[in-house]
Design a protein. Structure first.
Length: 165
């Protein structure tokens, strides 16, 4: 029979959270919720968060930059989707904007979207051109890329001229 776990002391929680943050970047809101889950009161959790921030284990800007680079490079996400996910993690909008500007180069951004669209185009090239265009725009939007940039990249990949019917 499993017995309920004893709540951690503030020192134990501090050590566990510091070890977790030392392994990988963590969102401050995620660490705060873990502290509460581990049995700390709200005031103890705030004190531990203050110590973690003071000692450099938790940092909004550093987390946002790491998150942006990771999701862009490995998941192929655009700025819209990344910003939305960071907001869900409790990162303030000014920090998101600053980290986004520093972490993603515009040429690299367009190149990554073009690469993703080329792969998508191979699976769609048997479709009617307008249907393929629409599918690629939906794909880019689902990845969180801006409409204007997506349209530019889709044009490049499909080599379609704007045709108004």
């Amino acid at each position: 029979m499993n017995s309920p776990r004893q709540p951690l002391t503030a020192t134990q929680a501090m050590n566990r959270a510091a070890a977790l943050c030392a392994r990988s970047e963590q969102a401050p809101a995620d660490i705060r919720s873990k502290l509460i889950k581990w049995g700390l009161s709200a005031s103890d959790a705030s004190r531990v968060m203050d110590k973690l921030t003071e000692q450099g284990f938790v940092d909004d800007e550093r987390f946002a930059t790491a998150f942006i680079k990771d999701r862009f490079k490995f998941n192929g996400w655009g700025r819209i989707k990344i910003a939305y996910q960071l907001k869900l993690k409790g990162i303030p909008a000014p920090v998101i904007e600053q980290a986004m500007a520093a972490a993603i180069d515009d040429d690299e951004y367009i190149g990554r979207l073009t690469e993703l669209l080329r792969a998508k185009w191979r699976s769609l090239n048997q479709r009617e051109p307008r249907a393929a265009w629409a599918a690629m725009m939906r794909f880019a939007a689902s990845r969180g890329f801006e409409t204007a940039i997506a349209s530019q990249c889709v044009k490049r990949v499909t080599a379609l001229d704007d045709q108004d019917d």
